[in-house]
Design a protein around this ligand. Structure first.
Ligand SMILES: [Zn+2]
Length: 353
């Protein structure tokens, strides 16, 4: 009898061990980083520095300009690494670079660049951490764009991020064709914003129509629509509705659920996205850190849906990534969507080996 109990206990321990090794944590495909140009080649425009948002961002990033001046911009990698190591749910985050603005002639337009986070800055600094993945940014009008895409791929990029409204380019410009073909060849997914962008001091609406996504989609590029096209309209139709039509037509179109709990700009959008069960396989997890902060995305804003005490309890979760995951789970995001970012990013990595 004693032996049977021992065997049972041993079996239970083995089951727990096997289960915990299977429980992989999530990858956040959409994490921003701040840098000012202290001991780095980063750049922040005067317009951005004069904007009130600049001070708000320093607060939610947990990095003041003064601190960066003292320790160098790189201190933020250490701060974020500690938070991700601490997270119960997330073990890796894709840190996003941000390329400068270029003219069609391939000239850097410094005066039009809101901020600049060089690819080398991210790829070099993340080397000593296991918690980060490299999200590159290469402006399609660069004369060396194709070479730079090869370089970022060689340096471990898992995706390329573009923000047409801020980087001021037109997807329809013929210069993008070879660029998209290169992305396809390198198996690099394109993370792109198609709606207007309000997170910066100024944006440029004209060149961000979701219909234009058919160009990279038809060329076979894996396209990830940031924030599930949750803001704005095109020709009287919600960008989100256009996204849904395209997602049904193109299996290579994905969307991330980053930033969908931000109260001010995207309140209620997560529920709207989750109604479309047919596209769950094309949705991936992202946080949009630091906009996942308590100020912008507190669970308390969802008290009507979650209940007063539940939302308060969740607001006490201090780890930003855990709070974001727990809030999204409570709002109905299924496990599969959290797991999809690892599947998508690793599948694209493997495809190139
Ligand atoms: Zn973002």
């Amino acid at each position: 009898m004693k032996l049977e109990r021992m065997q049972l206990l041993l079996m239970s321990i083995l089951c727990i061990l096997a289960f915990s090794s299977l429980w992989a944590k999530y990858i956040d495909n959409h994490t921003h980083i701040a840098c000012f140009g202290y001991k780095s080649d980063c750049y922040v425009s005067k317009t951005m520095k004069d904007s009130f948002k600049f001070y708000g961002y320093q607060y939610i990033f947990g990095l003041s300009e003064k601190k960066a001046q003292t320790y160098g911009d790189q201190i933020l990698f250490k701060i974020l690494d500690e938070q991700i190591q601490d997270s119960k749910w997330v073990d890796q985050a894709v840190l996003l670079a941000m390329d400068q603005v270029y003219s069609e002639q391939g000239k850097v337009l410094k005066d039009k660049t809101v901020f600049y986070i060089p690819n080398d800055y991210i790829s070099e600094n993340i080397k000593k951490y296991n918690t980060f993945l490299f999200g590159a940014s290469v402006h399609p009008y660069r004369k060396d764009a194709l070479k730079e895409l090869e370089k970022v791929k060689a340096n471990g990029a898992v995706l390329v991020k573009l923000l047409p409204a801020i980087q001021k380019f037109d997807i329809k410009n013929p210069l993008t064709i070879e660029y998209f073909k290169k992305l396809k060849k390198l198996n690099l997914p394109l993370l792109i914003h198609v709606d207007d962008e309000s997170a910066f001091s100024k944006s440029h609406k004209e060149s961000t129509f979701p219909y234009d996504l058919e160009i990279p989609l038809k060329l076979g590029v894996t396209v990830i629509c940031a924030h599930a096209a949750s803001a704005g309209q095109t020709k009287g139709k919600d960008n989100f509705e256009i996204f849904i039509e395209f997602a049904k037509k193109y299996p290579n179109l994905y969307a991330d659920i980053s930033g969908l709990v931000i109260k001010k700009t995207r309140f209620g959008h997560l529920e709207r996205v989750l109604k479309h069960k047919e596209i769950y396989g094309q949705l991936i997890y992202g946080s949009d850190f630091p906009l996942s902060s308590q100020v912008m995305s507190s669970p308390f804003y969802y008290r009507a849906r979650l209940g007063f005490f539940n939302s308060i309890g969740m607001s006490f979760t201090t780890n930003t990534w855990d709070r974001d995951v727990e809030l999204k789970k409570a709002l109905g995001v299924p496990e599969s969507i959290f797991e999809n970012s690892r599947r998508l990013l690793l599948q694209n990595q493997k495809a190139n080996l």
